[in-house]
Design a protein around this ligand. Structure first.
Ligand SMILES: *Cc1c(COP(=O)(O)O)cnc(C)c1O
Length: 384
């Protein structure tokens, strides 16, 4: 039998005006699984330090919950993408922890960045100069990370800029370089030759810069072997339960997210009925349907129209017709159990993983997580 959880009103809900009304969906976030994933990656890292990448609100899961949970596991280095993400997290950090801003130092943000204590990842000579000028203005040394472009062409000092910096070390006066890093473009494809080329380029470029901790690997990069782990690994998706490497093997990470949708209404329709917008599905037989209160406005991709399914216990309920903005129709004809308004069905859960949903939607787990909307009731589970 399927358990029917009490309709809970949670103060974690981000649907603010609805204290008594149940939300259209429930997003469960297991901090226990998150912590287990951190421990797993730390074991994999051997002696290397393992950071927590908590950009984009910890991939949509809630950085204000994730940061303290990782800190309790001993995590002391955190990464966000933008300075605006840093301010609310800095007060949550344990003493001695560092928070890095991956996108670096935007023009005009020098004073604000120095005032927060966040550490910019300097991605160009121009950023190095501006951060050095800020240090001079304040009359104190400022911490910084340096990123080098080892071949991805996204962020970081070019090899020519690294040479320019090596030729003029005074550019770094006033700066305390605490980390030298780069990022891998193809780490999720285990045999891609670019990873080894980037590793060699990173070593070569880092050798031209002041000695500091070195960091190259994201989640997938950690699985490429010891040579890729350097002093500090920077996992994100693996912490949140996504499959780091597309190698056909089972996902080594524990699922952190479970997404459930609430049934709004059920109905029976005769053969020939059009189902949903555009009648992209027409009933070829009498059908029983259930409408759930989650749609593309909640980050449930419209690309899943007539694909994927929901699950009631282990029973598969295929999506029928197009995913709407606020609702999705399920074919429950084959379901033996009764399904009633208020019941919860699984969209991401034991029978349909995050990566399966992403694959069916033609995207990656990262995009599913970071697109999840703000109307769910959020249940943060601390144990387990
Ligand atoms: C997002 C990001 C990470 C984390 O990557 P995952 O693939 O989620 O582990 C690490 N480093 C940089 C520079 C990033 O932008």
């Amino acid at each position: 039998m399927v358990d029917r959880p009490e309709i809970a009103s949670s103060n974690e809900s981000s649907c603010p005006e609805t204290v008594a009304a149940p939300a259209g969906g429930v997003l469960h976030v297991s901090l226990g699984a998150l912590r287990a994933n951190y421990r797993h990656l730390r074991t994999l890292a051997g002696g290397a330090e393992v950071a927590g990448v908590v950009k984009a609100d910890a991939y949509g899961l809630g950085a204000r919950e994730v940061v303290p949970a990782l800190a309790e596991e001993g995590c002391r280095s955190f990464f966000v993408a933008q300075l605006c993400e840093a301010a609310p997290l800095l007060p949550l950090l344990p003493a001695g922890a560092e928070l890095f801003v991956l996108n670096g130092l935007s023009p005009g943000a020098e004073g604000a960045c120095a005032a927060t204590g966040a550490i910019p990842v300097l991605n160009s000579l121009n950023q190095v100069r501006r951060w050095g000028a800020e240090a001079a203005r304040r009359g104190e040394a400022l911490s910084a990370a340096l990123q080098v472009d080892s071949g991805m062409s996204r962020l970081g000092l070019s090899p020519a800029e690294v040479e320019a910096l090596a030729a003029e070390p005074a550019l770094l006066s006033g700066l305390r370089i605490v980390l030298v890093m780069s990022h891998l473009a193809c780490a999720d494809e285990p045999n891609h030759p670019a990873s080894e080329q980037q590793r060699l380029a990173f070593r070569r470029l880092a050798a031209r810069l002041p000695a500091a901790r070195l960091s190259l690997a994201n989640s997938a990069g950690m699985f490429l072997g010891e040579d890729f782990r350097f002093d500090l690994a920077r996992p994100g998706i693996g912490l949140y339960g996504g499959q780091p490497v597309a190698d056909g093997r089972p996902n080594p990470m524990r699922p952190v997210v479970r997404l459930q949708a609430r049934v709004v209404q059920t109905r029976e329709v005769p053969a020939g009925s059009g189902i949903g917008y555009g009648f992209s599905r027409v009933a070829d037989r009498p059908m029983r349907l259930a409408t759930i209160g989650i749609g593309y406005a909640d980050g449930w991709p419209r690309a899943l129209s007539n694909r994927a399914a929901a699950f009631f216990g282990a029973a598969r309920l295929p999506i029928a017709g197009r995913v709407s903005m606020d609702s999705t129709i399920l074919d429950i004809s084959a379901l033996e159990a009764a399904l009633r308004p208020g019941d919860l069905v699984d969209l991401v859960g034991p029978h349909q993983t995050l990566d399966e949903v992403a694959g069916l939607a033609g995207t990656i787990s990262y995009e599913i997580l970071t697109s999840l909307g703000h109307r769910f009731e959020r249940r943060i589970e601390r144990e387990g």
